[in-house]
Design a binder for this molecule. Structure first.
Ligand code: NZQ
Ligand code: ZN
Length: 417
């Protein structure tokens, strides 16, 4: 099975290719981006280019409490677009919600789908749009270890309007869905899932509470650390892109947390979150996403916030992976935290950089131990089994740099208890 993150058609790297400097890739991101404070008011004008009856997908009610929903509906109605509501998508969105929404869209004859909310509402909306035309059970789109996965090939036009800066779902072709019956949370990536338009209005994020703001910052940083640490050698421009995203998030993130009304900080963080996973940073790196794969299993079992899970797993994984690739982690320590290196493979500096990264996560209010998420050691083996069932290489290992045996996954998680 191959994990292909946005725009990376090469699949993940095999260990024998880690050192290849081939600079060979294709790139496409068809999503039209409309970015800026106040752009929510353009929703009707934009959506009316794609349809007359919209399924409006939202989460647990934040958009209703803060007025965003009403403003979106007014704009749509003013442009002659009728709205059919699908509210109540839960964080870590469930396949049952996807099926419910697709049924509404089909019965009502919707011709466009809008995801208005965090990554959960947007991901659910994307898969609903594809499920409308999909023959059979939409869970078959999601990678869960099946032999013959049928990816969706068409979808109703998708418009995304994020209200939280985190996932980058608004401008990529991926979605993450949970099967609550089997406790599996996994991904689908397909060309038809790229939104036609992403309307990214930082004003909509002013109401995000401190904890979710911090989790979002951790998520966006982890999107670029995955490709930075797991990608091919010889991609210096991608390194600088990733470092730029991290440094920007570390500069502006704490400002957005300290003062949620700081629109400039909100805008910088949100732009960083878009760039972190719209494919630009990852071009040519052919990286796997082991930290994400590990976190998804934790949120499948414990329904924790994705960014909070990453905040625990990423530093623990980094300590493990740095043993195999100290020079890369030393580079991170030097370029992100200004540490000086005794030599390019300075393991001490590498470790200090990871410690500093973990301290940053702690300083913005993210958890760094599993116990803070009330997760103990009872299911460590089960998590590892679940992860490699979803994705594994020819030798049964979780792809990454280095690939991980089940025992390695258990070791990393144990180190984070
Ligand atoms: O549900 P509502 O009431 O809207 O409240 C949400 C939810 O409780 C709240 N929230 C969102 N915007 C708000 C707000 N509260 C106040 N004001 C606002 N403006 O925040 C809570 C979390 O929302 P959620 O959508 O779950 O968060 P996030 O954006 O972090 O999305 C997480 C989901 O996306 C997946 C994750 O695994 C997880 O399922 N991911 C999707 C990716 C993608 N499609 O590319 C990549 C990511 O790596 C990630 O895996
Ligand atoms: Zn993520």
């Amino acid at each position: 099975m191959i994990l292909v993150m946005p725009m990376n058609r090469l699949g993940y790297l095999k260990p024998e290719n880690f050192q290849e400097h081939n600079m060979k890739f294709e790139f496409e991101n068809p999503t039209h981006l409309v970015f800026g404070a106040g752009t929510l008011s353009r929703t009707g004008e934009i959506v009316s280019r794609y349809g007359k009856k919209a399924l409006l997908v939202t989460g647990g009610g934040s958009v209703k409490r803060n007025g965003t929903y009403e403003r979106a509906v007014s704009s749509l109605n003013a442009s002659g677009v009728t709205v059919v509501e699908c509210s109540g998508v839960e964080p870590n969105p469930r396949i049952s919600s996807v099926i419910r929404g697709a049924k509404i869209a089909r019965n009502e004859g919707c011709d466009v789908v809008i995801g208005l909310g965090g990554g959960s509402a947007m991901d659910a909306a994307k898969v609903m749009a594809a499920a409308v035309n999909y023959e059979g059970d939409p869970w078959e789109m999601i990678a869960h270890g099946q032999d013959n996965r049928r990816l969706p090939t068409s979808a109703l036009p998708i418009i995304t309007i994020p209200t939280l800066a985190a996932t980058g779902s608004e401008m990529n072709g991926g979605a993450v869905i949970t099967n609550e019956k089997t406790t599996v949370k996994s991904f689908v990536i397909a060309k038809c899932l790229y939104p036609r338009v992403a309307i990214v209005d930082p004003e909509l994020t002013l109401s995000v509470p401190q904890d979710q703001t911090a989790f979002g910052i951790c998520d966006l940083i982890t999107h670029v650390t995955e490709s930075y640490f797991n990608g091919a050698d010889g991609t210096p421009l991608q390194d600088r892109f990733a470092e730029g995203v991290i440094l920007t998030a570390m500069e502006w993130g704490p400002k957005a947390i300290a003062d949620g009304e700081n629109l400039e900080a909100r805008a910088q963080v949100q732009w960083a979150s878009v760039v972190a996973l719209n494919g630009w940073v990852q071009i040519g790196t052919a990286a796997a996403y082991p930290v994400h794969m590990i976190e998804h299993v934790l949120s499948a079992h414990h329904d924790i916030a994705h960014g909070a899970g990453l905040s625990v797993v990423n530093p623990a994984w980094m300590r493990f992976a740095s043993q195999a690739r100290p020079a890369r982690f030393a580079q991170f320590a030097q370029r992100i935290f200004g540490l000086s290196l005794q030599h390019p493979e300075d393991k001490e500096a590498a470790m200090e950089g990871i410690d500093k990264f973990e301290a940053f996560l702690d300083s913005i209010g993210c958890p760094t131990r599993l116990s803070q998420l009330e997760i103990g050691d009872a299911l460590l083996n089960r998590y590892a089994q679940d992860i490699v069932k979803i994705i594994h290489d020819e030798e049964g290992r979780l792809p990454g740099r280095p690939p991980m045996h089940e025992a390695d996954i258990v070791k990393v998680l144990r180190s984070a208890l």
